[in-house]
Design a protein around this ligand. Structure first.
Ligand code: 2P0
Length: 325
């Protein structure tokens, strides 16, 4: 028995209010809600076919066979729901303008959830697809939807999923990524957030702040208020990174180049250009701004960084099935 071969495309997302800690490690229920912008330029395409002749799963990522340690338990959730036992062949390609170190588990698990559930014969609505993607990786919960997306923390498997806030923003919002390092991150987000939840004395303060930031950023986005949206996003990101510095053992994703990029953004702001930074579990800096200021921001950043390391992204769509045969 072979199922249809299904291909899905999902885009990565960048959180403006971050997810940084789980209340349930197995089900991936977050400590706080988060809010992101799905980006058009960075995406993953994944093809899945289940085949009863396959004893085990096979994963080929960007043409290279990989271990299925994390993918097999995820596919098991789908097999259980669909009542099948066949192994799967999973072929996945990351599309990033250069080898920018921006490949993400968000686009990976959103694409895998959509392709594998469809291939297995499940018909999931987007809420259930978001819940399923969450089981692969927290940030994937949000990549099911396009534009501005909120992941409602919930308290269990049924109540923790993403909802679209503005799927097709008319706001000309942009995210400039400063690629400061293409290398694999040293402290994975899973381990990083675990350490922080267990050891940072400020963890509960973070949860309170993230909840307040989430409540405040939604009206700012609705009003297309770049100053408010950007200020909340930047402050939220710095609070998340402060947790890392206060963990035991402490760690940081900041490098000297990250700080250079952040200082450059602050200087631009002092000159009256509204632009705001955020960072995730790696040293790259992402700058939130409006289209009319992109050129000035790129010019300023080019004093410190190669222009090939500056990538401009637009809001992107939610996960889509792009082929079925
Ligand atoms: C976020 N990040 O909200 C936060 C901000 C990175 C920093 O979600 O353990 O790969 O698979 O649920 O989603 C990255 O962590 O972690 C992340 P798991 P994930 O985007």
């Amino acid at each position: 028995m072979k199922t249809p071969r299904v291909t899905a495309r999902a885009h990565t997302n960048i959180a403006l209010v971050k997810y940084w800690g789980k209340r349930d490690e197995d089900l991936i229920i977050p400590m706080n809600g988060s809010l992101s912008l799905t980006l058009d330029e960075f995406y993953t395409e994944t093809t899945v076919q289940f085949d009863s002749k396959q004893q085990t799963d096979h994963l080929i990522l960007d043409g290279v066979t990989q271990p299925t340690t994390r993918v097999t338990p995820f596919l098991d959730i789908i097999r259980n729901q669909a009542g099948i036992t066949a192994g799967a062949v999973v072929t996945s390609t990351n599309h990033v303008p250069t080898a920018a170190g921006l490949a993400s588990s968000a686009s990976a698990y959103a694409a895998l959830a959509a392709a594998a559930s469809k291939a297995a014969g499940l018909t999931l609505n987007r809420q259930d697809l978001s819940r399923l993607a969450r089981r692969g990786s927290g940030s994937a919960t949000r990549s099911v939807f396009g534009g501005f997306v909120e992941w409602q923390a919930g308290t269990n498997d049924a109540t923790s999923y993403a909802v679209p806030i503005d799927e097709h923003p008319t706001w000309p919002i942009r995210m400039v990524t400063v690629v400061v390092d293409r290398a694999e991150k040293k402290i994975g987000s899973r381990a990083g957030m675990q350490t922080v939840v267990k050891t940072s004395p400020f963890y509960q303060e973070w949860v309170k702040k993230a909840q307040a930031d989430l409540a405040a950023i939604k009206p700012a986005i609705a009003a297309h208020d770049i100053q408010q949206t950007g200020a909340i996003a930047e402050s939220n990101a710095m609070a998340m990174h402060a947790l890392n510095l206060t963990a035991t053992p402490h760690f940081t994703y900041f490098t000297a180049d990250s700080l250079t990029a952040m200082h450059c953004v602050e200087e631009l702001r002092a000159k009256g250009i509204p632009c705001y930074y955020t960072m995730d579990a790696g040293p790259n800096v992402k700058v939130l701004c409006e289209e009319q200021h992109v050129a000035a921001i790129l010019t300023a950043l080019q004093a410190h960084f190669d222009k090939n390391d500056l990538l401009v992204a637009h809001p992107g769509p939610g996960v889509q099935i792009i082929r079925e045969d």
